[in-house]
Ligand binder design. Sequence first.
Ligand code: ADP
Ligand code: ADP
Length: 224
Amino acid sequence: APIISIRNLTKTYGNGFKALKGVNLEIEEGEILALLGPNGAGKTTLISIVCGLVNPSGGQVLVGGHDVVKDFRQTRAMIGLVPQELTTDQFETVWNTVTFSRGVHGKKEDPAHIERVLKDLSLWEKRDNMMRELSGGMKRRVMIAKALSYEPRILFLDEPTAGVDVNLRREMWQVVERLRQNGVTIILTTHYIEEAEEIADRVGVINGGELLLVEAKTALMKKL
Ligand code: ADP
Ligand code: ADP
């Protein structure tokens, strides 16, 4: 069974605006999916509903077989959400920041797991540094480490490379590739077609609240 199943999903905001107009999408475990679309397309709305942060107007979303509205606690625990903004205390160490995130999500302490996560993200040498001492790329990796700290099966990356330079973008792509090898299902949003092409198995093009196509990335490149 797919790890995420989205059926006929609609969202109409209080002001009558139709942000999602019947989205259908199934995502397999271990897959990397890029959601490509311009500002206002509905990407954040879609992610917010899957994470259980916004209620759908119609349709259904199942995560690991559980309904995201009815079984919010179970489904939220399966999902790591990496927002665009850095939300860390500048005067806290990397180790504490990541360890604290695990605690916030109700998981038992597991230093061995935190060590693995920091090593996977090439942050191990920086574990005793304060957040404010890190480069921009390292700070972004700590945001991912915070999400991985509580062992989610699914990772959402909201515009992981928005406003970063070419080198940092390549670094983030490598990070995603390494996470794939650990079997984490990854859904990322992006404005950049090259990014979708480079790192995703499939690309969903979302525009005006509709998912226009979801195909193998090579097929996408031929169409555009
Ligand atoms: P994206 O993430 O692709 O930029 P969003 O999902 O954030 O798109 O927004 C989709 C559309 O829904 C936009 O036109 C946005 O203005 C509108 N929208 C988002 N949130 C609300 C809200 N709370 N009330 C009304 N309209 C909203
Ligand atoms: P989520 O991953 O669910 O977005 P966060 O880990 O960002 O949650 O933060 C959860 C809560 O813990 C927030 O209210 C945040 O302000 C608080 N928090 C996060 N990190 C720290 C910290 N190092 N010290 C104190 N409070 C923190």
